[in-house]
Design a protein around this ligand. Structure first.
Ligand code: ADP
Length: 584
């Protein structure tokens, strides 16, 4: 409280006034006292001299004590003072206020001693006789140059004291009034000076509390005006910096949230201070729940906690690639110490390598599958040629049989190669689709007709369920026909005798949903997501015939039409293949 400007102005003022008034008061008091004392002494001295002169003759006539006392009382009345007449040996002969016979010898009194030696004596002291402070003045009574006694006049100092008290009172009242005026004046000055400062402080306070900043109006040219201008300049600069920081932070946040890699920052206490959207997905938790909690609590993966610990211990970047079994993902994590920027903080990045790993697996499987597909016909061709070379040529009927088998193998190989080529061309967009308006029912009927003979041979019934009023789809008729044939072909192949295959089409929003449903062997759940890959077969012995390319071709053709293909299946009960094609 006392540190405010108001008090800083007021306290020195008040002290100064108090000290100067007190000093002045004491000084005046003393000066006045001394001068009053001098006046009084002069008056008493004159009175004593007059009494001395008038008693000079009478005392020689040896007046009685009562006469002298009567004289003393008479003088005392006139002078309004105490009068004492003392003989040359100190005996009190007459006294105006007390019985002289009761008074002891006065020769030793300082004023009498002084009057005896110098002809004049004065003394200021407390009187035991009258019980208050008195100023005594004594002069000798002379007769023929001989001291025959002393006239002493004295007055109490009460009067002077009361005057001194009056002066003290005046000074005290004056001081109080002046200090009061100084207080009011300094409050006024302080208010005047501090008002703009207080409003500056209020503004700054509001800025701290996050309220919108505004400029302070100022027309003053003094220091406060300069301070206000400086404050306004500061506000402007701050605003520019804040908006720059906000936009930078916005960019940073957007970037962080859009990143496909998980990013988090762990502080020196092992608690999370940053957790982006990709990290939320990866560790299946919300940012609001993760922030402030410990790394171990949120990620619950000891290898990652070890990685963070190693990074702290070594102060170096650390890598690890691991599978997160809970999430079913494969990640590569990098822990980076943030060094001087944020001491003790570790940045952890998580790259989801699941897709890359899956692509690698697909590629590996593709190479192994294609080798497998090629090895069987090539091995059988090699065996057939060797048999022919080792003598079968000499046996024309056998040679013809072998040649026929060789032709079948070569046909299978060239079929596979042409399917592969076709797939590659579709994949690379080299097959331009001739999109036309095609009626779904017509497509289904055509596919059913084409595979009717094969279905009959396998004793499988194909039924068709397609409303007549279905809107036409935008499709390349032969290509979409090929998709249906591939699906229907598989359905016939994997459905045992007596089974049933249902061909359906239904409208679904702006698309038509086609489906091929069979009552065949079904597809194991683990294989289901992979059957659309090239060369993928559910049968590990790859004994079902076929190249494993039919569904891959179907998928690419459907996607080239702007549709989607997928399958549902229950092993042992049958499968349903669905695909959608946009309507015209
Ligand atoms: P393939 O030419 O070998 O039939 P596809 O790409 O057409 O190759 O099919 C891939 C694999 O998907 C097949 O080998 C088979 O294991 C499985 N499959 C496809 N359709 C069906 C179906 N209707 N019922 C059961 N399994 C199927």
């Amino acid at each position: 409280m006392f540190s405010s400007i108001r008090w800083r102005i007021l306290i020195p003022y008040a002290l100064l006034i108090l000290v100067s008034l007190t000093g002045l008061g004491i000084y005046l008091n003393n000066v006045l006292y001394q001068s009053q004392l001098q006046n009084l002494e002069a008056r008493l001295s004159d009175s004593a001299q007059i009494i001395s002169d008038s008693l000079s003759n009478d005392l020689a006539n040896e007046l009685s004590t009562s006469d002298i006392t009567a004289r003393a009382e008479h003088w005392a009345d006139i002078l309004d003072a105490r009068v004492t007449i003392i003989s040359y040996d100190g005996t009190v002969l007459g006294e105006s206020h007390t019985d002289p016979t009761l008074m002891n010898n006065h020769i030793a009194r300082p004023e009498i001693q002084s009057a005896l030696s110098t002809g004049y004596g004065s003394s200021l002291r407390y009187s035991q006789t009258v019980q208050y402070e008195l100023l005594y003045v004594a002069v000798p009574i002379l007769r023929d140059e001989q001291v025959i006694g002393f006239a002493r006049v004295s007055l109490p100092l009460e009067q002077i004291e009361s005057q001194r008290a009056q002066i003290r009172r005046t000074i005290i009242i004056g001081s109080v009034v002046t200090i009061g005026a100084a207080v009011i004046l300094s409050i006024f000055i302080a208010t005047l000076v501090t008002r703009p400062i207080r409003s500056l402080t209020r503004e700054a306070q509001q800025m701290i509390e996050g309220e919108a900043t505004k400029y302070l109006p100022t027309s003053r040219r003094d220091e406060v005006g300069q301070l206000t201008q400086a404050f306004n300049a500061l506000v402007e600069k701050l605003q520019t910096q804040i908006s720059a920081l906000q936009s930078e932070q916005g960019t940073f946040t957007a970037m962080l949230q859009q990143m496909t890699d998980g990013v988090l920052i762990v502080n020196e206490n092992g608690r999370l201070t940053l957790f982006n959207a990709a990290a939320e997905r990866l560790f299946d938790t919300r940012e609001s729940r993760a922030i402030g909690r410990s790394l171990a609590e949120v990620i619950r993966q000891h290898q990652l906690i070890d990685l963070w610990q190693q990074c702290i211990d070594t102060g170096q970047e650390q890598f690890i690639a691991l599978e997160l079994p809970r999430q079913g993902t494969f990640v590569q994590s990098i822990a980076i110490p943030l060094g001087e920027a944020l001491p003790g903080h570790i940045l952890m990045l998580f790259q989801d390598l699941t897709r890359i790993r899956r692509l690698e697996t697909v590629r590996r499987d593709f190479i192994s599958n294609i080798s497998h597909e090629l090895r069987t016909p090539l091995a059988s061709l090699k065996a057939l040629t060797e048999t022919l070379q080792t003598g079968a040529l000499e046996d024309p009927p056998a040679a013809r049989r072998f040649l026929y088998r060789m032709e079948t193998e070569v046909d299978a190989l060239s079929h596979m190669v042409s399917e592969l080529l076709e797939l590659t061309r579709i994949e690379s967009g080299q097959v331009p689709l001739k999109l036309k308006s095609v009626k779904p029912r017509k497509l289904l009927t055509k596919a059913k007709e084409r595979l009717g003979v094969q279905a009959e041979r396998n004793r499988v019934v194909i039924t068709l369920d397609c409303p007549k009023n279905l809107p036409p789809v935008r499709a390349d008729r032969p290509r979409l026909g090929q998709v249906l044939v591939n699906l229907l072909h598989n359905a016939i192949k994997f459905t045992p005798e007596g089974g049933e295959i249902k061909l359906c089409a239904r409208q679904q929003g702006d698309k038509v949903l086609f489906s091929v449903q069979d009552t065949g062997s079904g597809i194991p759940a683990d294989d289901l997501p992979r059957i659309f890959e090239r060369f993928y077969k559910t049968d590990p012995a790859r004994s079902s015939g076929g190249t494993g390319l039919g569904l891959a071709i179907a998928r690419h053709l459907v996607e080239a039409h702007g549709g989607r293909i997928w399958a549902d299946s229950v092993e042992g009960e049958g499968s349903t293949f669905f695909f959608t094609i946009p309507t015209v």
